[in-house]
Design a protein around this ligand. Structure first.
Ligand SMILES: Cc1cc2nc3c(=O)[nH]c(=O)nc-3n(C[C@H](O)[C@H](O)[C@H](O)COP(=O)(O)OP(=O)(O)OC[C@H]3O[C@@H](n4cnc5c(N)ncnc54)[C@H](O)[C@@H]3O)c2cc1C
Length: 445
């Protein structure tokens, strides 16, 4: 194929959502079509979705995945347009009129509620993790964990919450956790899971990390410790047994953590001055355990809530093929928005690959004929406070320059301040297309 033909088939592409799924999709489509116009729309002024707002603040190694996405935007191959909520600031129809290909990567996932557990003192782990990550939506969220808290759930997110509540406040050097959020930590933590230890969903490496908390003591009520041929299961059990054995020697612990395997929560009630969590054993359904606890954090996965303004089900059509991310002609979906709120960051890379394969096939087979001019056609619909990539870099530079308490950054937690920072220094360059969209004004890495 000669160069002219190649240029003719490069479509204009809009991606909705700048989380891992959206960014991997942009990366792959950009590799296939290096001079295609690719624009990532994000409802927040800042990029990267749950990479910034879900992944634990003390797991900066995982958060560093953002650096590879930075490169994509920084060299101008892909454009970032933040503070644009599709469905609110610009409609999906407008986007489809302007772009040949629209990919929805808007995520989803509200905390799954637990029957019998609601009301005062009950918090969802997803919301708690967004709060620990200074998400602007959680600005007014103020959980009160009290002296004793109970985490219900046995996945990695449950262990993230446990670690953040149990770690010594001085041990968050290098993280981006706002120190004000751990001013009052519980001294007693229970972790309750329905399944036996062997079926718990957390990874052994997450349990091994807990062993680094040297002023905590850990115990567990029961563990099915023998005869597991599956090495991953045995590694998990070994990690738990090592954790409890090592911490048994710790005198005068600052925090005491107990794991309860094979128990399901039934109710959480105020009794006198305190609150009681009632558990029933999942094997016999006859034994009962009562835990006095001030608060409960539910970490039992996510359901399809929290979707912002765009509803996938209403977009499905006669030609939909969700297995490969097709919703309608020219309209695709990927990541948690496509497959539901399960799987870590690498799963979104695979997802993006699959959806991109379908998009490329559709364009190169002629099923989809590129003809739309992209952003140019949308320009008049966009409000002036959009934040481009240099705008985000200014927000980031401000965060990194305020590194009190040994933090790697102090996150800006409200949208108004983010917008002020994004605007700084570039008023003279501001064009109707948004705040500071002059690509030469990139603040260093
Ligand atoms: C608490 C928690 C901790 C986690 N920790 C880890 C971990 O340590 N390691 C790991 O591998 N995985 C982890 N995960 C899983 C990982 O975060 C997800 O697999 C991944 O973020 C999903 O990517 P996504 O792009 O589909 O969705 P998201 O990351 O949610 O990104 C969606 C983006 O779309 C934007 N958006 C939503 N609606 C609109 C709209 N209408 N217009 C424009 N933009 C919109 C959102 O603001 C968001 O930026 C964690 C998940 C959670 C919830």
């Amino acid at each position: 194929m000669n160069k002219l033909q190649t240029q003719q088939i490069e479509p204009s592409i809009a991606i909705v959502g700048s989380g891992p799924a959206g960014c991997y999709t942009a990366q792959m489509l950009c590799k296939r079509w290096p001079s295609a116009q690719i624009v990532v729309f994000e409802r927040l002024p800042v990029p990267y979705g749950l990479l910034r707002y879900g992944v634990s603040p003390d797991h900066q190694g995982t958060k560093a995945i953002a650096r590879q996405f930075d490169r994509l935007f920084a060299d101008g191959r892909v454009r970032f347009l933040g503070n644009v909520e599709v469905g609110k600031h610009v409609s999906l129809e407008q986007l489809q009129e302007a772009f040949d290909v629209v990919v929805l990567a808007a995520g989803l996932g509200a905390d799954r509620p637990l029957p019998g557990l609601a009301g005062d003192g009950v918090y969802g782990a997803g919301q708690v993790m967004r709060w620990f990550n200074s998400h602007p939506d959680e600005h007014s969220f103020a959980p009160r964990f009290g002296a004793t808290t109970t985490i219900v759930g046995n996945g990695n997110v449950a262990v993230d919450v446990l670690r953040l509540l149990a770690k010594h406040p001085d041990s968050f050097v290098g993280s981006d956790l706002d120190p004000r959020l751990i001013e009052s930590q519980p001294s007693r933590i229970h972790v309750v899971g329905r399944s036996p230890a062997s079926a718990a969903k957390f990874d052994s490496v997450m349990i091994r990390e807990l062993a680094e908390i040297d002023d905590a003591v850990f115990d567990l009520d029961a563990v099915d410790e023998f005869g597991h041929e599956d090495k991953r299961i045995q590694a998990k059990i070994d990690a738990l047994l090592d954790l409890t054995a090592a911490s048994a020697v710790s005198s005068a612990p600052r925090v005491h953590v107990s794991f309860h395997f094979g128990w399901a929560p039934e109710s959480f009630e105020s009794v006198g001055d305190g609150r009681t969590l009632r558990l029933v054993d999942t094997a016999s359904r006859s034994a009962v355990k009562l835990i006095q606890t001030d608060s409960v954090v539910t970490a039992v996965g996510f359901d399809s809530g929290l979707r912002h303004e765009i509803d996938r089900a209403s977009l499905e059509s006669d030609v939909s093929d969700l297995e490969c991310g097709l919703l309608n002609t020219g309209l695709y979906c990927t990541g948690w928005f496509r497959r539901g709120p399960t799987g870590g960051i690498p799963a979104n890379r695979l997802d993006a690959k699959m959806v991109c394969t379908r998009i490329i096939e559709d364009v190169e087979s002629g099923a989809l004929t590129p003809a739309k001019s992209g952003l140019e056609a949308l320009e008049t619909h966009l409000h002036p406070d959009t934040v481009d990539f240099p705008g985000w870099r200014r927000i980031e530079a401000a965060e990194i320059s305020r590194t009190a308490h040994g933090r790697c950054r102090t996150k800006v937690a409200d949208v108004a301040t983010m917008l002020d920072l994004a605007r700084t220094c570039t008023q003279e360059h501001t064009t109707p297309m948004g705040v500071g969209n002059v690509t030469s004004d990139v603040v260093g890495n």
